[in-house]
Structure formats: C-alpha cells, structure tokens
Design a protein around this ligand. Structure first.
Ligand SMILES: [Zn+2]
Length: 242
C-alpha cells in the first residue's frame, strides 16, 4: 500500500536506501502535469525530504523490543520510534490504541526464535497510574535474551489511555529508569520534567537491562544527528512537516 504522508508534487528516492517510494512512480524534477502527493521513503516511512535513513545505526540489542505506537504518533515529524526500531535489529513496531486481546497477548508473550519463554517488561513508571495495581517483578530476573521490553510510543496522556484500554498491558511487570541523565532531545517539549523521547527512554532501559552502554553508542550518534537536523530545520523553516 502506498505510504503517502502529505501533499507535494513529485516523488524522489530516499538518499540512503535509494528505494522507490512505496506505490509511487519516480518522476523527474520537471513539474508533472498533474499534482501528486509527496511520497514517503519506503524504508523509514518519512517524507523523502525528511528521510531518516542516514541516521540509522544498526545495533544487535540483546533484549528484544516491542514498540506499541499510538496512531497519532505515526506522522509526528519529531517522533523517534521509527528511527529506534530501524536501528534495533531485534525490534518490532505495531500501531494501535486498543489492541485485539488475543493479538496483543501473542505479541507480548510469543517465544524467542529459539522457542524459549520470554518475559515481557513494560517500560513505564511503576507509580504513574496509582489506580492500577502493579504486578510484582519475578524474584529471579532472566538473562537479557529472555526479556522483551514493551514500550508505549505516544504522549503521556495517550500512553496512559493505551494502558487503560489494554488489560494485558496492565498485567505486565514494569521497568522504571534508574536516575536517567537529562534529555538530549531539545526539539520536542516534554509534558513532565522526567520524560524522555521514546528512543532515549528505550535505549536507557536497554543499557540498564544489559549492563552495557557501549553497544548503543552508534545509535546515540544517529539520534543526536537527527535532533541536530530537526533543530536546524526549525531555525531555517519553522517546524518540520509531517
Ligand atoms: Zn528513508
């Protein structure tokens, strides 16, 4: 299915992956007779002018990552979940707000590729929603390969709604970040002081679970470069397009 994201006149190839936009015909830069819509890069799903592929730094994460993305985040220009999941080799991004219970259970609890059981952990402050009881974490934590980090990608309000709408998420043990450093993400205002972008929070959690920060250095570099481009674009042109 074509992944057009906003109005524009012609298609271009992604600068890095050189792929043709999904469902689109590559046109010359001569103005076409009939206007088309701007196409997204088929790899990162962003408008070609905002392609993220140059910032992707593939990393072999030990703890698998499942990102559940709120639909309103899909076209958010300042979102970081797409860069995150394109960079983590063992990750999956699924879009939705209220998930079909059986499908969500399968996503959360599916075994590892080797058939071993995997413990899902929800990256969410344990005291964030006092009305919901928080399950006790297991006494003996599995190795990183036996864990699946579940991340909700949305504003604070939307992530709380996703949690409220999906009992299977409420039933998960939670992981909170230990004294995270200040956010490096200067282009999107946090609703709460301790909030981090989805990419930052996830990578900090992976470092915490795996006990190895060096593995993620390339991913941080790619993230910093993306933030720098967003900041430059905002100074030159105003807020980035969708
Ligand atoms: Zn791209």
């Amino acid at each position: 299915m074509a992944s057009h994201c906003c109005d524009e006149t012609w298609f271009v190839l992604c600068a890095r992956c050189r792929r043709q936009p999904a469902g689109g015909t590559v046109l010359s830069t001569d103005a076409p007779s009939a206007p088309a819509r701007r196409a997204c890069c088929s790899r990162c799903q962003r408008p070609a002018v905002a392609c993220l592929c140059a910032f992707i730094a593939p990393v072999d994460n030990l703890v698998e990552v499942l990102v559940l993305q709120h639909p309103l985040e899909q076209q958010q220009a300042k979102g970081t979940a797409r860069l995150l999941t394109l960079s983590l080799r063992h990750s999956q991004l699924v879009v939705g707000e209220r998930f079909e219970p059986a499908a969500l259970q399968a996503l959360l609890h599916r075994p590892s590729p080797k058939g071993a059981a995997v413990l899902p952990l929800l990256l969410y402050p344990s005291d964030a929603v006092p009305a919901m009881p928080v399950p006790t974490p297991p006494a003996v934590a599995p190795s990183p390969a036996g864990l699946r980090l579940v991340v909700l990608d949305g504003t604070w309000r939307k992530s709380r709604k996703m949690l409220a709408l999906n009992p299977a998420l409420q039933a998960l043990s939670r992981l909170s970040l230990n004294t995270p450093p200040p956010s490096r993400y200067a282009v999107r205002r946090a609703e709460q002081a301790q909030q981090r972008s989805t990419l930052e929070a996830t990578v900090l959690a992976l470092q915490q679970l795996e006990g190895d920060a060096t593995r993620y250095a390339p991913l941080w570099s790619g993230f910093d470069a993306m933030v720098a481009r967003l900041a430059l674009h905002a100074r030159q042109h105003g807020p980035p397009v969708g």
